[in-house]
Design a protein around this ligand. Structure first.
Ligand code: 3PG
Length: 411
């Protein structure tokens, strides 16, 4: 349970709103290449501003040291465009000028401050370290101590960063109610439903290259779902666990540091063999050409996609499903010859009558790219956050939202 925008009257109140509008950008000029995350926070900002709140937005773009670590000027322009309202961009975080600007805001005004990760307290060197630091300590950072006295409420709509325990994501909750924004609410409700109580038959399509994440997800949901359909590196790990000799593909698994997952896959197969599906045929990459091969012996060449027969089997299962969650592509869809598996499985998902959820950055991009986005019930805005959620991990932001509910819920 957490507090939502329905629980408070925001008229005339100052609200600090944390969003995740970390977008793919052109590192040369800051141009935003995909504005999905910005469009997704529109509802919360509009609702706050229209109800008379004075809204100050905090956000990050990338991380220090990365090419796309950039100021938020373009994000502010894009936000203004999407909201049809002025979003004032201030290229600082808590200077005297910023504090004065915030004090002088009028009802409905919106300000976006500079990339919060420009400030050192937000980005400790050891990325995981914040998780061990108590919220009280986070509340004592200069960042929070300077900004918190200016605000009445903290709204957190940054689902995609909910797995991070950084000051701007959780620190304000020590001083004021921490309230879920509309996107946060939707993400948590939808993902909780498909993880904890999916309508049966429930199918999880687990593919892509991040096999460690997929196996964590699998372990978390296997008792509650009916089918796991594997693709990508995940499928290769399970095929090796079943005894197939996959040549070069094993080398890739070793290079990715996933060799130990083969043993885990064996254990999972022992207990859940009838639920975990692996490809019966694959598409090999032979000098860039797609060569389909039935899996009835050793494979030496690179597997870059699932084969036609597997597509048929998987599509039939998807067609009858009441819940479908997909977290990764079936193959290397960036290469035209190996996009077929991903496209056809997305097509089957799009045409199924079940409740359809896409989670994970790479498959979300494929869903947009191949034109299926409007046929999916929910495309999660999270990458790592969504995978952590589907894996059953505790996310610091969601934990703090629950804590704030117990602390501030009106009697
Ligand atoms: C993301 O893009 O997954 C989020 O914005 C979190 O980014 P981070 O992994 O740099 O914390």
């Amino acid at each position: 349970m957490f507090l939502t925008l329905d629980d408070f009257d925001f008229e005339g109140k100052r609200v600090v709103l944390r969003v995740d509008i970390n977008c793919p950008i052109n590192p040369e000029n800051g141009e935003i290449l995909d504005d999905k995350r910005i469009r997704e926070v529109k509802k919360t900002i509009n609702e706050l501003s229209n109800s008379g709140a004075r809204v100050v937005i905090l956000a990050h773009q990338s991380r220090p040291g990365k090419k796309d670590f950039a100021p938020l000027e373009e994000h502010a322009k894009k936000l203004s465009e999407i909201l049809h309202k002025e979003v004032k961009y201030l290229d600082e975080i808590f200077s005297k000028r910023v504090i004065n600007e915030i004090k002088n805001m009028e009802d409905g005004d919106i300000i976006l401050l500079e990339n919060i990760r420009f400030y050192s307290e937000e980005v400790l060197k050891d990325w995981k370290k914040w998780e061990k630091i108590t919220p009280k300590k986070q509340a004592e950072t200069l960042l929070i101590k300077r900004l918190a006295p200016l605000f009445d409420y903290f709204v957190n709509d940054a689902f995609a960063a909910a797995h991070r325990a950084q000051p701007s994501l959780v620190g304000f909750s020590y001083y004021m109610p921490m309230i879920a924004g509309r996107l946060m609410e939707k993400e948590v409700n939808v993902l909780s439903k498909v993880v904890e109580n999916p309508d049966s038959p429930a199918v999880y399509v687990l593919g892509g290259a991040k096999a460690d994440d997929s196996i964590k997800v699998m372990k978390n949901v296997l008792d509650r779902v009916d089918y796991i359909l594997t693709g990508g590196i995940v499928a290769n790990i399970f095929l090796i666990a079943k005894g197939y000799n996959l040549g070069k593909n094993l080398e890739i698994i070793k290079n990715l540091g996933y060799e130990s997952l083969i043993e885990e896959a064996k254990n999972l197969l022992e207990k859940y063999e009838e639920k975990i599906y692996t490809p019966v045929d694959v598409a090999l990459n032979i000098n860039g050409e797609r060569v389909e091969k039935k899996l009835n012996g050793d494979v030496e060449e690179l597997i870059n996609d699932i084969g036609e027969e597997t597509i048929k089997i998987y599509s039939e299962i998807i067609k009858k499903a009441k819940t479908i969650v997909a977290n990764g592509p079936m193959g290397v869809f960036e290469l035209e010859n190996f996009a077929i598996g991903t496209i056809k499985i997305l097509d089957a998902i799009a045409h199924s009558k079940g409740f359809k959820v896409i989670g994970g950055g790479h498959i979300a991009a494929a869903t947009e790219l191949f034109g299926y986005a409007d046929k999916i019930d929910h495309i999660s805005t999270g990458g790592g956050a969504t995978l952590s959620f589907l894996s059953g991990e505790k996310l610091p932001v969601i934990e703090m939202l629950k804590e704030s509910y117990s602390k501030f819920k009106h009697p």
